[in-house]
Every structure is written in C-alpha cells, then in structure tokens.
Design a protein around this ligand. Structure first.
Ligand SMILES: [Ca+2]
Length: 592
C-alpha cells in the first residue's frame, strides 16, 4: 500500500511496474524515473589481514594502529556466530587542541569480513559519542541480525574525541564540536572506502549509514551533507533536532522540580514528582481511552494520532482528593506535567520542540532515566558544554544546578549563537542544514528508512512525523518513493518498553536500494521469555512471549482485522490513520 500513487500521465504503465519501480516524479513536478542502483556483488579479502597494515600506510591523515584476524565465532550476535573478519584499528587527524591542550583524534575500527558482500556500513553511535563501539552494525533491542553478520564491511568511530578525557569537556574545543556534529563522518568516509578498496581490490558497490539516537542523528545529517557518498540510510529514533530536544528535556526537569517532594538536584528527588506508580496510572488511563481504537484491546495503541484527540490528562486521570498514593495525580502535578507532553516552550509560550504523544509506554522502565537522570547528568553537559556558545563550566562541575536553574530562553538563544571562537552554532553543526530537503538522496536513487518508539521520551515521534511530512512536501509529495517511517507503538528510546521491538530493517533496506522492492509492513516480534536476541522483561505477562505485530509505514497504522489470533501480525493490516496528530492536537507546534 505504500507504492507510489499512480499519476495520470503514467498511471497504466506505473501500475504494471509498481512492484519493481521506485518512483516517477521529481520535486519540480516533472515525471522522471529515479535511478535504480545496481546490487552489490561479493568479493573476498585479498591476502592476510596482518599484511593489510603495510598496504595502508599511505592513507591521508590516517594512522593504522593495529590489524588482526578475528576468528569465526569469536563474536556472536542475535545468537549467531559472526563470521571470520579482519579488524583494522586506527585514528585520523590526530592533533593537540589550542583550546584545552588535550590530544584529539578521530578513533575508529573497521571490521572487514573475509567473505564480503560488497557493501560498506557506517555505524553511527549514540549519546555524545567518544567511544569506538564494536563495529557490528547491530540496531535495536535484541537484533535479529546485524550488518557484520550479513557480510558488510563495518566502520565505527568515536567521532573525534574520547569520553575518558572528560566526558562533555570536549565541547571546549571548537573542532571537536564540529567533528562530533558532522565533520568526522566527512573525514572517515573516503578513508573507509579506500581501506575497503585496498582490502578487496574494489571499493564498496553500495554504501549504507545507520544508527539509533545520536546515531540516527548522524544518519540524517549524513543524508543531508554527504548524499553523494551513501545509498541507504537506516535511522533509529533520529535526534536530528538534538540540541532542542536536550533543552526540552531540561525544560521538563524544571517542570518536574516544581512538584518534587524531595531535593530535585539529587536522585531520586526529581522522580518524586512523577513516581513509577503514577506513571503506570497515566499509562493505564491512556490505554483505557485509546487501546480499542485500533480494534484490539491488546495493550498497544496503534492509532496514536487519534488517541491524542481522545485522551485528556486533566479529565482522564483521577485527580487526587487527598494525599498522593500512586492511583491519582494532584492538580499541581497535572499542571506541571502537561506542558512536557504538549511541547516545550519559551517563557512567552513559543514552542521550541515538538509535543510528545500520550502512549502505552509512559510507564516503561526506560522512562525514568531519560526524564529524571538525563536532564541533570547528560543534557546539562550536552547543552552547557558541547552546544551552547559560550560553554558553561558550571555544567561540567554541577550539572543539576545548571539544568534546574538556567533560564530556558537564554539557553535557547545560546544554541543559536556563535562567537569568534565557536564560529558555528549548535543548531548548525548538530542538525541537517535543511532537514526536510532530502532531494539529493532521492535523485541519487538512495533510500531512507526510519523507525522510532512512540513512547520515546527524549526524541519525539511527533518531531519525526513532522519531518517526514516536510520531506514529502519538499519532494513534490514523493516521499513514498524514497522514505519510510515506522513508528513502534509502546517502544521507548531505541528499544524496550511494553512492545514488540525486534525486527530486521537491514534486509528490507538493501532490497529497496538494490532491487527496487519498496518495503511495506515490517513484522516485529516481542522479546518475551526465550527470545534468542535478548529478553525484554517489560513484555506484559498476558502477551504471548513471541507476539508479532506489523510495523506500518507512516501515516498508515495497524488495525485488527476483526478475526484471527490477536497475538499474530497476520491478524492486523496497515490501514489509513485517523486525523493527523497535529491537526487533532494543534497547539501551534507546526510553525517554521
Ligand atoms: Ca490496541
């Protein structure tokens, strides 16, 4: 159902070719066939891994520090042994910072399968980077597969700094900020392709970029900045507005602090504002109002956008008449919490980040970290030291005080600011330069797949949906030809929550890029007891442990067919959704 909508001039031909043909219209309204990219072809590693080091001495600005063979089965993923590969470690652009005297470099590793599938996979990592995470190309909770398992050559990097040198303190060095934002990717990409060409006798036939959270941000930033270099993008929970989302999380902490019953600056003080029992009470109230909208009372809300119209925090959650006991929210709590969901604003009511939808995962186990710990321990350092101009040393030495007492309007202005030292603002170096203009990706014949938890508490699915609609507009209503967004009901940030979150996005992406097979619904499995990829303890006890659901491409949603086993994806179909989230819940968040 997500094939291109037939257009009159080419309708009949299009219908015949829909199964294999990606699209026909460009953004200017001209009908044109988007390029079809040829499938990658396999190759084998030439010679020994150990001998490779001697062949890589002439790489510009690069030092290879180690190469070594990793035997088959030394790593495992998704319960499967990873095939034999060559591990190449190195660093690029090593330098001493004039700002802080520390040594910086873009550290990386590449894992090159002996039996290679002809493809390059650039793994974007999460958080504030700073670690060379093992280059397996795995995504999501309990992944079914990984890029390395499938035979990709995989690159992972620290994006230009090491956490061991002081966490967010790298933000004091202007170049380290830019490398983290986008420049490390720009420097690593040609190096990695050259390593691959040396190792296999040919460069990658097809190149992919993927990651979740900040890795999803890297993915969409790369799509915007380096569209000539990649053919496929897989973005999980893309924090493409990361500086604004981080500030929105600080805004949330300041709201929670108004109703905390213990010192909000030290754990678990902030959480006393909205306890685990109270979050479960809210989730139950949302389910009570919205679970049946999709035809199945099953603990999942597929019709997120209609739910936002139906659910009312003030009306649908009991208001405490006496002391708080977990089964109600006080009027003061409701007033404190509502703006966190309706979307962070400046002091005069101007929205600066998206609203967050009410969903079944609000009571999930990953929520308190993002809502109560992160604003004081992560967002403080990110906003205060890495993003804003000028940086604030208080954010390094006392994150809680920084986040709980800083003026939101001032911080927002500082995310946009530059000075003589920091010549690029956070909103420039961290975000895609023009996020909804993905036409260079489209014209190349490349494809973008995005997935995100509806209950993600740090990057809002509403922000990503708005991005998708923007991409659609900017491409002449042609987003279907090259972008898919898969909301995952109940899922928190990247994985987990009361949800079915185990799915393979890699295979459908490759099939779309290289075979023109546009993806429709993707089946996701709940990771209940016995799951080989890693059990998710939040799968409700009354679900089949291996419950399956179709993940439906936005804007369609999964609806129960009215018959068939409610535990099986086959009993659901992707259907048009109700009115959009914003149309039904319009509080002015769609401003540009
Ligand atoms: Ca339901």
């Amino acid at each position: 159902m997500k094939n291109p909508i037939p257009r009159p001039a080419v309708g009949a031909l299009l219908l015949l070719s829909m199964a294999v043909s990606p699209a026909f219209a460009d953004g200017g309204g001209h009908h044109m066939r988007l390029p079809r990219l040829n499938p990658a072809t396999p190759a084998a590693l030439i010679g020994s891994c150990e001998a490779l080091a001697a062949q890589l001495t002439a790489l510009p600005n690069t030092a290879i520090t180690a190469t070594g063979t990793v035997a088959a089965g030394a790593l495992s993923q998704a319960g499967q042994p990873v095939p034999a590969h060559c591990l190449v470690s190195g660093k690029m652009f090593e330098r001493v910072s004039p700002a802080d005297g520390k040594t910086y470099a873009i550290g990386f590793e590449m894992r090159l399968p002996v039996a290679w599938n002809g493809r390059f996979w650039h793994q974007g990592n999460g958080g504030i980077d700073g670690s060379v995470v093992t280059a397996t190309g795995a995504l999501g909770g309990g992944p079914l597969t990984s890029a390395l398992l499938q035979g990709f050559a995989v690159l992972s990097s620290n994006a230009g700094h090491t956490l061991a040198q002081g966490g967010p303190a790298f933000g004091l060095d202007p170049q380290a900020r830019l490398d983290y934002g986008y420049q490390a990717v720009g420097k690593l990409t040609p190096m990695a392709k050259q390593v691959i060409a040396t190792a296999y006798g040919k460069g990658p036939d097809r190149s992919y970029f993927a990651g979740c959270s900040n890795g999803g941000r890297h993915t969409l930033v790369t799509a915007a900045r380096y569209a000539d270099e990649y053919d496929g993008y897989l973005a999980g929970a893309p924090g493409f507005n990361l500086p604004l989302a981080a500030l929105a999380n600080i805004f949330g902490a300041q709201r929670y602090a108004t109703v905390a019953t213990a010192d909000p600056s030290s754990p678990p003080g902030l959480e006393t504002a909205f306890t685990a029992a109270e979050r479960k009470t809210l989730a139950a109230a949302v389910l009570n109002r919205c679970d049946a909208l999709d035809g199945a009372v099953d603990g999942l809300i597929q019709d997120t956008r209609v739910c936002q119209k139906r659910f009312d925090l003030m009306r649908d959650v009991p208001t405490c008449t006496g002391a708080r006991d977990g089964t109600c929210l006080s009027q003061a709590q409701k007033i404190a919490i509502e703006p966190i969901f309706s979307g962070a604003t400046t002091s005069n009511g101007e929205p600066f980040y998206a609203p967050f939808p009410y969903d079944s995962g609000i009571g999930g186990g990953g929520i308190p970290f993002w809502e109560f710990t992160a604003p004081l321990a992560l967002d403080s350092g990110a906003v205060g030291v890495i993003f804003k101009v000028p940086p604030s040393l208080q954010a390094l030495t006392n994150g809680p005080t920084f986040s709980l007492t800083s003026n939101i309007d001032t911080l927002l202005a500082e995310l946009h600011a530059t000075n003589a030292t920091f010549v690029e603002s956070a909103l420039s170096f961290m975000t895609p330069p023009d996020a909804t203009d993905m036409n260079a990706v489209r014209r190349r014949g490349a494809k973008i797949m995005v997935y995100q938890g509806v209950s993600d508490p740090i990057f809002s699915i509403a922000d990503t949906e708005k991005w998708f609609r923007g991409v659609d507009r900017r491409s002449g209503n042609d987003a279907d030809a090259f972008v898919r967004l898969y909301p995952v009901p109940g899922m928190g940030h990247c994985s987990g929550g009361p949800t079915a979150d185990q799915a393979d996005f890699i295979t459908p992406l490759v099939n779309w890029v290289e075979r023109g097979q546009a993806p429709g619904a993707i089946v996701a499995t709940a990771r209940g007891a016995g799951n080989a990829g890693g059990v998710n303890l939040e799968v409700p006890a009354d679900w089949a442990p291996d419950r399956t659901r179709p993940l439906c491409p936005y804007p369609s949603v999964a609806r129960y067919n009215g018959r068939g086993d409610v535990e099986r994806a086959g009993s659901f179909s992707c259907r048009p959704a109700g009115p959009s989230f914003e149309h039904g819940h319009d509080k002015g968040h769609d401003r540009h």
